[in-house]
Design a protein around this ligand. Structure first.
Ligand code: F0G
Length: 347
């Protein structure tokens, strides 16, 4: 069943809402036993919610399908968003699918190659800004307030509504909520969505427990952890290169109500975690997503016997090939004969 139908009772769907889909959601929840062993954890289960398996390769599709459905319901013709890349890709895809025109504002030179290619091929009007994501967001807020553009960033409440379905899927599969939920934090919409989803599902009697929300920002882009706006955010994880998150207060609320934390991980820890989870488990996520893996590594000592841990891998690794090519030793080239190939293999 498509996402909007499956969770219809929990979503703002009316008889006039078009039930559009690119078959988003229903993403795998993968147990990672090699990683558990690597951490030296015996009676602790870790699962990754692999959101890279969504149609445009990130969790954004869950929120976007809802936001675009509501935009269509009210007769919008144009969508607009600011983006570090994934929102742009998703907005462009769902707009294309439903005949809307999409405009995306991105920080020039600071979005991963795959995401830029997506926005372009889906036919969005891509405008690069000589400034960062935070400035892009200010501009699209203004434009959506003063012109007939439908804003599809996560300040659009329908985005949050759609994204909370990831929490529902986790509970449906595990039969309970995890004890800890690890998640990267950028503009802070997703941590807000998961917490809302978990709370609503508990209210509906689907489970009796709630997780601690464990959010992670990159060290160079950690406004919530530092307690002030970061004017010039910097991180290799361009998806979360954000200095003034829109859902700042709601993220703090999720942290505090759940008894969790919002903490930092360094770029080095992010890249190591990305490589670790790929080489240990065969799961390739983008750098921002690996912040949640780096978070688990950082907090490995807090887990107790029997704990169930879920981490969201927000985006697919193929989004950002350059970060891999630039950080791992390049393959060697040899002459095309058996001896040279065996020598290169080391056999
Ligand atoms: N991971 C990935 C891969 C992302 O693209 C984003 C946000 C996040 C994590 C953080 O999620 O913003 O809800 O806290 N990307 C946005 C974008 C900002 O424009 O694609 P958040």
């Amino acid at each position: 069943m498509i996402l909007l139908e499956r969770y219809r009772d929990f979503l703002p769907i009316t008889s006039r809402t078009p039930l559009i889909t690119l078959h988003e959601g229903n993403t795998p929840l993968i147990r990672v036993e090699n990683f558990e062993k690597y951490l030296g954890l015996k009676n602790v289960r870790i699962y990754l919610k692999y959101e890279g398996m969504n149609p445009t390769g990130s969790f954004k599709d869950r929120g976007m399908v809802m936001a675009i459905a509501k935009a269509l319901e009210k007769g919008a013709r144009y969508t607009i968003c600011a983006s570090t890349g994934n929102t742009a890709a998703s907005a462009a895809a769902y707009s294309a699918r439903t005949g809307l025109k999409s405009v995306v504002l991105i920080p020039e030179g600071k979005i991963a190659l795959g995401k830029l290619a997506q926005a372009m091929i889906y036919g969005a009007k891509v405008v690069q800004i000589n400034g960062n994501f935070d400035r892009c967001l200010e501009l699209v807020r203004y434009l959506s307030e003063n012109y007939d553009f439908e804003l599809v960033n996560s300040i659009n409440p329908y985005r949050i509504e759609g994204q909370k379905t990831a929490a529902f899927e986790i509970v449906d599969e595990l039969g309970r909520a995890p004890d800890y939920h690890f998640i990267p934090v950028g503009n802070a919409g997703n941590i807000t969505s998961y917490w809302k989803g978990y709370k609503e599902y508990r209210e509906a009697g689907k489970m009796s427990n709630l997780p601690r929300m464990m959010g992670f920002q990159a060290e160079g882009a950690a406004p919530i952890v530092k307690g002030h706006v970061v004017e010039k955010p910097e991180t290799v994880a361009t998806a979360i290169r954000i200095g003034n998150p829109a859902s700042w207060k709601k993220a703090e609320q999720a942290r505090d109500e759940s008894g969790g934390v919002i903490d930092t991980v360094s770029d080095d820890e992010i890249l190591k975690a990305q490589r670790l989870i790929a080489s240990l488990e065969g799961i390739f996520c983008e750098p921002a997503s690996a912040a949640s893996i780096a978070g688990i590594i950082k907090y490995r000592d807090v887990f107790k016997d029997g704990d169930v841990i879920v981490a969201t891998l927000t985006g697919h690794g193929l989004k950002d090939p350059n970060v891999v090519i630039g950080n791992i030793e390049k393959p060697i080239t040899v002459n095309p004969n058996v001896d040279d190939v065996l020598k290169a293999i080391g056999r």
